[in-house]
Design a protein around this ligand. Structure first.
Ligand code: 4AD
Ligand code: MG
Length: 457
């Protein structure tokens, strides 16, 4: 940097330095615990920048004012630690309590707090180690995504959040209307735009427009779905990584990029400390599964038809019979990933009746060139396909799905004016975080989760 440094180092930055008893430093953070002895006291301080936190060594007099949760500014020197458990510690010369915290009333107590309780205190829960870890993992995964796609020649684009269509055609869109209405407007009071507006369920259709102008595009953006499902993998507001690119003719090419991108993310070196912390709260097999998946072995691929045959062999295990032409239930998806493959598996070529209008028809007239990537414990992590670029077949598919051609004329134009074979995918960001960390529910993978009947804060 060319300007003078104005911010004190974060604890993560500090711990990366060599100890130096000559240099006076300032550190800020929250107190996690205090241990007083006769002549000396130890305080665990963290600012949320890393899993480890910092041990501060101070006088029992200074420690007197410290309580769990209070925020402090400490001035001192980074030295080699004499004790076990940490390599470096801060010898404190001056300790200022910047914000006090009543330890009796503080909702974030030191003993383990239940997931439910923390959801009720969603504004304070980032101070809990595991939640702070998740926030850092989100950042790291986003960085790894940007690294990967930039390296592969993709451009990050900014598709709209407000749209005029329901990309997936599943009827799970949130409708948007203004609270107040402009006096004298000729529009009905519930409308603002010249057509019904929705919050986007997926940026795909807009990405297809970008991908016909810039060769390869991607976005990491919020999506909204009014799904009532109360499962461990559904949110009303979630983030999706979506990529779209042209001049491909095999759905396997899309799977290749997905596998390569996810492996790149899993191998990101900055993830290690936080993953170890989060894995220590999860079943050992979750960690093993992720370590195995990030290795060099290619992930399994099978067609939907093969998957149904596989499921038929274990029919008695399921509530719903696996039948060709019917959607796979989450019990089926989990069985395939957890028990049959014991790892990630791409299922390809689903019956066209199960998938949205935009997927490219296969020559068999029954299936489409698509895939779902299933992973253990979660089920579906990614959905993708080649897109139908042949105008006659696209028109047929839109008619079949009962879509108004007028509404999609712009989408048709992409084919009419120099359309190229293209494809892409969408990956659920919180599901990825959940799978790779072993966190049970996506509600703990996003800072402020929203789900049906629940909008706290
Ligand atoms: O399978 P989906 O519905 O596919 C699409 O939206 C495509 N248009 C994407 C594309 O090809 N560009 O959603 C993609 C992924 C799912 O596999 C899942 O991981 C995640 O988005 N997802 C959700 N995550 C959390 N909560 C929800 N309610 C989700 N719905 C989908
Ligand atoms: Mg899907």
């Amino acid at each position: 940097s060319t300007t003078a440094r104005r911010l004190p180092p974060t604890i993560q930055q500090l711990l990366a330095r060599e100890p130096d008893p000559q240099t006076i430093l300032t550190v800020t953070g929250h107190i996690k615990s205090v241990r007083k002895q006769k002549r000396v006291a130890f305080a665990a301080v963290n600012d949320g920048s890393c899993p480890e936190g910092l041990q501060a060594v101070l006088s029992p007099g200074d420690a007197h004012a410290l309580t769990n949760g209070c925020s402090v500014r400490l001035t001192g020197r980074l030295v080699q630690s004499q004790g076990r458990g940490q390599a470096k510690e801060l010898q404190v010369d001056k300790c200022d309590v910047v914000g006090t915290c009543d330890p009796e009333a503080y909702p974030i107590q030191k003993q383990a707090l239940t997931t439910e309780y923390l959801r009720d205190h969603v504004h304070l829960r980032p101070r809990v180690e595991s939640i702070a870890s998740t926030l850092r993992v989100r950042q790291c995964v986003a960085d790894a995504i940007h690294d990967y796609f930039r390296y592969e020649g993709f451009t990050q684009v900014h598709p709209p959040i407000i749209t005029g269509n329901d990309c997936e055609g599943a009827g799970e869109t949130f409708k948007l209307s203004p609270v107040a209405h402009r006096a004298g407007s000729s529009l009905p009071p519930t409308e603002f735009f010249d057509r019904t507006a929705y919050l986007t369920v997926s940026s795909q259709l807009h990405l297809e427009a970008f991908a016909h102008a810039i060769p390869r595009v991607y976005t990491l953006s919020p999506c909204f779905r009014a799904e009532r499902s109360q499962t461990n993998r559904h949110l009303s507001e979630f983030w999706m990584l979506e990529a779209e690119w042209g001049f491909i003719d095999r759905v396997g090419d899309v799977c290749d990029i997905v596998e390569d991108a996810v492996k790149h993310i899993l191998n990101h070196p900055r993830l290690v400390g936080d993953l170890e912390l989060l894995w220590s709260n999860a079943d050992a097999e979750r960690k093993q599964g992720v370590l195995q998946a990030k290795g060099a072995t290619p992930w399994a691929r099978m067609s939907y038809a093969e998957a149904v045959k596989e499921l038929e062999k274990a029919k008695q295990k399921f509530e719903f019979d696996p039948v060709w032409g019917k959607p796979l239930q989450s019990e089926h998806e989990r069985w395939l990933a957890d028990e049959v493959v014991k790892g990630p598996v791409f299922l390809t070529d689903y019956p066209s009746g199960l998938k949205p209008f935009y997927m490219r028809a296969n020559d068999d007239g029954k299936t489409v060139a698509c895939f779902d990537l299933l992973v253990p414990h979660i089920g579906e992590l990614v959905g993708g396909s080649l897109r139908e670029e042949r105008v006659d077949l696209l028109d047929k598919a839109m008619a079949h799905h009962g879509l108004d051609r007028g509404d999609y004329s712009w989408y048709r134009d992409l084919r009419v004016y120099g359309g190229a074979p293209h494809g892409g995918f969408g990956l659920g960001f919180e599901r990825l975080i959940g799978w790779m960390t072993g966190i049970e529910n996506v509600r703990e993978c996003i800072p402020f989760p929203r789900w049906a009947d629940r909008l706290l804060l």
